[in-house]
Write a protein that binds this ligand. Structure first.
Ligand SMILES: Cc1ncc(C[n+]2csc(CCOP(=O)(O)OP(=O)(O)O)c2C)c(N)n1
Ligand SMILES: [Mg+2]
Length: 317
């Protein structure tokens, strides 16, 4: 989990650098500071499980085993990218890895995750749907509809709220009736209130394992609220000036990588072994960046590829 967190951090930082170099176009939303949640769930999930994430989905996609080359290549809209450059940052999808899409419409993917879980239940498949979303999403109707539906049908789905205190630029506390936007609403759906430290990967891992086992054994859904903080702005156009002074610094003290690095040292892992993981991650990002830069842009023919299930399109015009 340490390696995964380091790799996600380095990959996200590189994505930012590439944007500044004008090699990544359009917007994107980084998970800097929120790595522990994706890494812990990535470690706890089984290969057949399905994940559903938002536009802030680079971390969750990497955590399911999608390589850095495919990730950065997709952000750079290169042929080497995960979807050959057709999707970009906000639509990362890889059915092969169980990454069933990144959704830009707030709350839109919660009912879709229910659909996936319903399919598994109906067919008797063992996979669980894990749905990641932000605190702001809890004020959207689809959140409440999906929770009710999942509980009534006892669906194998785990809802994971990443409470980073902000919905775009608005503090979630200013617009929400309860202090914990997901946890405090769980009882309305007959669910246990689970509010955890989302910056400690071990804490998230234990909670993830319990919820996945519950879902897999036919005991129905869970709702987990993970407390965390994004180190940068909402998207890269956002300098995050609206945050009160000292808030970022306080959260940097609780940086998930810092916490986990210290945990490894406390466990007696030699410092050089930890550094080796960090160095290897930087090398991997450099190698991936070079491969992406060498890759051609997405071909124009891609525009009309994969539009129809049967592969054809011309005869429809
Ligand atoms: C239905 C809908 N309304 C508004 C938006 C614009 N929007 C994009 S991100 C965002 C904030 C979401 O905040 P949160 O759920 O806390 O996720 P975070 O960005 O913090 O991860 C909003 C309002 C949208 N994408 N979809
Ligand atoms: Mg948020």
């Amino acid at each position: 989990m340490f390696q995964l967190q380091v790799e996600i951090r380095d990959c996200e930082k590189r994505a930012y650098d590439l944007f500044l170099q004008n090699l990544i176009k359009g917007t994107s939303h980084l998970s800097l500071g929120q790595e522990a949640i994706a890494a812990a769930f990535g470690a706890a999930m089984q290969p057949g499980d399905k994940s559903f994430c938002t536009y802030r989905g680079h971390a969750h996609t990497l955590a399911r085993g999608v390589g850095m080359e495919k990730m950065l290549g997709e952000l750079m809209l290169r042929d080497i990218g995960l979807m050959r450059g057709k999707g970009g940052s906000m639509h990362l999808t890889s059915a092969e890895h169980g990454v069933m899409g990144s959704y830009a419409i707030i709350g839109g993917h919660l009912p879709i995750a229910c659909g996936s879980a319903w399919r598994a239940q109906y067919l008797g498949d063992p996979d669980v749907a894990v749905c990641f979303f932000g605190d702001g999403t809890t004020n959207i109707g689809a959140f409440h509809e999906a929770l009710n539906f999942a509980v009534v049908w006892k669906l194998p789905v785990v809802f994971v709220c990443e409470n980073n205190l902000y919905m775009e630029y608005t503090p979630i506390g200013d617009v929400t009736a309860v202090p914990h936007p997901a946890g405090d609403r769980a009882s309305a759906y007959g669910l246990q209130r689970i509010v955890i430290d989302g910056n400690d990967a071990d804490v998230v891992y234990r909670s993830a394992r319990a919820a996945l086992e519950k879902a897999r054994s036919g005991e129905g859904p869970s709702l987990i609220e993970c407390l965390t903080y994004r180190h940068s702005g909402h998207s890269r156009a956002d300098p995050a000036k609206y945050r009160p002074e000292g808030e970022l610094e306080r959260w940097l003290e609780r940086d998930p990588l810092k916490i986990y690095r210290q945990r490894l040292i406390d466990f007696g892992i030699p410092a050089n072994e930890i550094s080796r993981i960090e160095e290897r991650s930087r090398e991997k990002v450099d190698e991936a960046t070079a491969a992406c830069k060498a890759s051609p842009p997405a071909p124009e023919t891609l525009l009309t590829a994969d539009v129809y299930d049967d592969g054809g399109w011309a005869w429809r015009n």
